[in-house]
Every structure is written in structure tokens, then in C-alpha cells.
Write a protein that binds this ligand. Structure first.
Ligand code: AMP
Length: 467
């Protein structure tokens, strides 16, 4: 995951405006990453950066915006996929290039040939300070030949494989880039004279910007006082937007490729009700991501929708480790169950996905503990059997419960009376797309780019060179 955003503000009336809009856009993208956040800004001559570990609202304060004064800024909120969770790997990252000065970069996705590219760059003398694939991307651009950043970007970017939506800032331009398949989203918006790019449309709305269009797969968009101009197009011959964005990652307040995520999840729930009906008294969601799917299931099945689980809205990363006893309670820290809704009832509980299989069992137990007579688990995506190499930190293949167990064995493992997964076709149709436009590799194993199956999150860790 990770959220990225960029702002180009040609009017200089308020020098903190670009950083302020970047901050609020990041706030709206917090669901895409909670480990660290950062903003890089330029006043046209140099780059300034503030990056810290933590949530967006905790990382920045008003005095930071004065430091980040200038007409353009990029921002990043991180959920690590390659590289561990520590401040050196926080973004944006800044690199310098001989003759051209500095460049800041924010990356959402995962560059799967980072290891080879890094070895090649290191042989040429490049030094690396982090274990992140993003630094490799930045160095690829910085070390490329070319008299301008435009030239270096156009030469370097086609060498990257995998998923990479990027925001790039130099003192004279903002760039917005998507990989040839368009795996991760990136949208362009406008607020008055100001251009804004963001991972999701919900961030455009938050800052009062109008949606202009999605950055196209394979497009390199340069934004400066002359406007937003495509300078390169290296789209693949097919598209490959990550279907899991629709299932779980993206905010329900966003549109992906012009399709409302909320509506897509409602349709997933409706189809789930057709494919896996149940005789029950209530339909409840596992909040928050499965709420629209449960609404859809209830509407199609005619079974009343109720809230039976209440999620603690303030739960997040805590530095206080739960005691072994609290850890055993697991989901009880995250959810309260409502006996009023559940007692004596046959319950359909809808969740978006089962990954390792560690959440569903305790949820079934929690529901039964509050009086549920029967528990029918419904999942609005197919079994996840394959690892994601394109920017979703799900789990290694051997940790995915559906890579080891068939559906009936998973049902027994989680203790539900019945278990039903949405079909691949049902999920894809709900997104309004076709399989040929989506990446469904975590469900099918059909990777759109050849992958090294042993590649892990820490694949660049051992080779780290401290600059
Ligand atoms: P698990 O317990 O590993 O089966 O995780 C399933 C739960 O985690 C579901 O309730 C999902 O909403 C949620 N989930 C799915 N994918 C992710 C992800 N990449 N990161 C964090 N949570 C996730």
C-alpha cells in the first residue's frame, strides 16, 4: 500500500498553501499506510523535507508548514512492502544528481527488479542509504544520462518492473507517473489554478479539488506553471489495476477508474448473496471495510442488516505490547460484539477477505460468545492463495491459509457453520471491469510480470550499504 500526493500551486500568495494541501490530502490517504509520513517541498530553488514515524496528524505541526513553504510539494504515507519500518526508509526520499541538483520521490507499489537494478547501480559506484526499493528507483533516475530530468525519467522508468505509482518533485516541476499496467491508482485534480495528484479521489475531495482524470497507465505527466503535460507514454498492451484495491485497500469514498468503490463492494455483497445464500435472521459486517458488502448481501437476500460488531475507531499502532492474555483475546481489542443484536440469532457475517486466517476464527468465537446460534461466514473475494509482489503486504505464500487448506478445512478451522467465498467472476464483474483489465494474481497466481517467487519484504535488507 502507501498513499502518495503532489501539489503544484502557481500562485505564491500563501507560501504554505502547497504543503498545507499536501498535508490534508495525506490525511485522507491515511488508510493506505500508517507507519511513517513525509512531505518534501520546493520554493523553486531547493528541496526541504520533513519525515517522521507515525500517523499523518502526529508527524506534522504548524511550524513544519513554514519550513515546507513553497509553490510545490509531494507527500507520502507509508506501509512497507520492500524495506523494513524505520525512519531511513520513510518517504519522500531525496537524491542528488550531478549537474541537475536534487529530486524527491514518493512511491506506491513495489519495484520487483529492484535487486538487480541496485546491483547494477552499485557496480557503477552508486551508494545506498536504505533497504527500500524506492531509493533504487530514485537512483536509477539520478544516475541516468540526459541533460534534463525529463530525459532521465523517460530513459530510466521503462527499466523498472512491477508496480509503481510515483510522485516526483524537482525545484522546477512535479511529475506524476504510473507503471505500464496501472497496478496502483493515481488521479489528477484541480482546485482553482492549483494542480493536485493523489493515490485516490477521496483525497481530491478532501482538499476541495475537482477530479480531472486518472493518470493513465504508463503515463509520465509533468506539471509546472505551463500546465499538466504528458511527456511519455509507455503503457503495456493490457491493463492490470489491482483488484484488491476494490476489495479492501481503497477508501469506500473513492472512485477507481471511474467506478465507486462503495458501489463495487455493494455489488460484491449482492453477488455473494446469490452465490452463497443462507437461512438467517441478521446480516452483519466486519467493520469497516465489509460494511457496503454486507449492505449488498442484506438487500439481495432480504435478511435485515444490523451492526453486530463495533470497531474501536481509535485502534491503531500502539507501542504498548498487549500481555499474552490480551494477545490471546486478539480481535476483542479491536471489536465489541452486541448481544442485543446477536443473542439467539442465525447470523450471516460478511468480511472482505481471509488472509492468514487469524481474524475469522476469533470473530466467530466472539459472535457465539454473545449468543449467536449459527454463524455463516461470507467473504466478498475468492480464497487468497498467492503472494502479492506488487505492493500489498499480505503475507508470504506459506502463511496464506487458502494456499494450504481447502474451503471446508478453512470452515472447520474458523469454526463457522458455513463458509462461502465470492467467485472470481463475481468479484471481477462487481468492479465493472474484466479480468483482462485487472491484476488478480493473489487469487489466481497469474502474475502479469514474471516474478521471483522467493522475493520478500526484506530482500534488499542484507545488501544495505550505509552512505
Ligand atoms: P487474516 O486474519 O490474516 O485472515 O486477515 C483478514 C483480515 O485482515 C480481514 O478482516 C481484512 O479486512 C484484513 N486485511 C486484508 N488484507 C489486509 C492487508 N493487506 N493488511 C491489513 N489487513 C488486511
Amino acid at each position: 500500500m502507501c498513499g502518495i500526493t503532489g501539489v503544484w500551486n502557481p500562485t505564491t500568495a500563501d507560501p504554505t498553501e502547497a504543503a498545507r494541501l499536501t498535508f490534508f490530502a495525506l490525511y485522507a490517504l491515511q488508510h493506505r499506510g500508517q507507519e511513517s509520513a513525509g512531505i518534501a517541498a520546493t520554493d523553486g530553488s531547493d528541496l526541504r523535507i520533513v519525515r517522521r514515524m507515525g500517523l499523518v496528524g502526529q508527524v506534522f505541526s504548524e511550524p513544519d508548514l513554514a519550513v515546507l513553504g513553497g509553490r510545490a510539494a509531494i507527500g507520502h504515507t507509508r506501509y512497507s512492502t520492500t524495506g523494513s519500518s524505520r525512519i531511513q526508509n520513510a518517504q519522500p526520499m531525496v537524491v542528488s544528481a550531478a549537474g541537475l541538483g536534487e529530486l524527491a520521490i514518493g512511491h506506491n507499489g513495489n519495484c520487483i527488479n529492484a535487486r538487480d537494478l541496485r546491483d547494477e547501480l552499485a557496480r557503477g559506484g552508486a551508494r545506498f542509504a536504505t533497504s527500500s526499493d524506492t531509493e533504487v528507483v530514485a537512483q536509477m533516475v539520478a544516475c541516468e544520462s540526459g541533460a534534463t530530468w525529463d530525459e532521465r525519467l523517460i530513459r530510466a522508468l521503462p527499466k523498472l518492473n512491477g508496480a509503481w505509482s510515483l510522485v516526483i518533485l524537482t525545484p522546477s516541476a512535479l511529475y506524476a507517473v504510473r507503471d505500464p499496467l496501472g497496478v496502483r491508482p493515481l488521479s489528477l485534480g484541480r482546485k482553482g489554478e492549483t494542480w493536485i495528484v493523489a493515490s485516490e479521489t477521496c483525497a481530491l475531495e478532501t482538499v476541495g479539488a475537482a477530479f480531472v482524470r486518472d493518470v493513465a497507465p504508463g503515463e509520465v505527466l509533468r506539471i509546472d506553471d505551463r500546465g499538466a503535460v504528458p511527456i511519455a507514454d509507455f503503457a503495456a498492451d493490457r491493463r492490470g489495476m489491482c483488484v484488491f484495491e476494490h476489495v479492501y485497500l481503497a477508501s469506500v469514498a473513492s472512485d477507481l477508474g471511474g467506478v465507486s468503490v462503495y458501489a463495487a463492494r455493494e455489488r460484491m455483497g449482492e453477488t455473494l448473496a446469490d452465490e452463497h445464500p443462507a437461512i438467517a435472521d441478521v446480516v452483519i459486517p466486519v467493520p469497516d471495510s465489509a460494511i457496503p458488502a454486507a449492505v449488498g448481501y442484506a438487500r439481495r437476500s432480504g435478511i435485515p442488516f444490523r451492526e453486530g460488531l463495533i470497531k474501536n475507531r481509535y485502534i491503531g499502532r500502539t507501542f504498548i505490547q498487549p500481555s499474552p492474555e490480551l494477545r490471546r483475546q486478539g480481535v476483542a481489542l479491536k471489536y465489541n460484539a452486541l448481544a442485543d443484536v446477536l443473542d439467539g440469532k442465525r447470523v450471516v457475517v460478511v468480511d472482505d477477505s481471509i488472509v492468514r486466517g487469524s481474524t475469522s476464527g476469533p470473530i466467530v468465537e466472539l459472535l457465539r460468545g454473545h449468543g449467536a446460534r449459527e454463524v455463516h461466514m461470507r467473504i466478498c473475494s475468492p480464497p487468497i492463495r498467492h503472494q502479492c509482489f506488487f505492493g500489498v503486504d499480505m503475507a508470504r505464500r506459506d502463511e496464506l491459509i487458502a494456499s494450504r487448506l481447502e474451503v471446508e478445512a478453512i470452515r472447520r478451522h474458523i469454526g463457522a457453520d458455513t463458509l462461502g467465498y465470492l467467485s472470481l467472476g463475481g468479484m471481477v464483474a462487481a468492479t465493472g471491469g474484466t479480468e483482462a483489465e485487472l491484476c488478480t494474481a493473489c487469487f489466481t497466481g497469474d502474475y502479469l510480470v514474471p516474478v521471483q517467487l522467493e522475493l520478500g519484504k526484506d530482500s534488499l535488507e542484507a545488501e544495505q550499504v550505509n552512505a
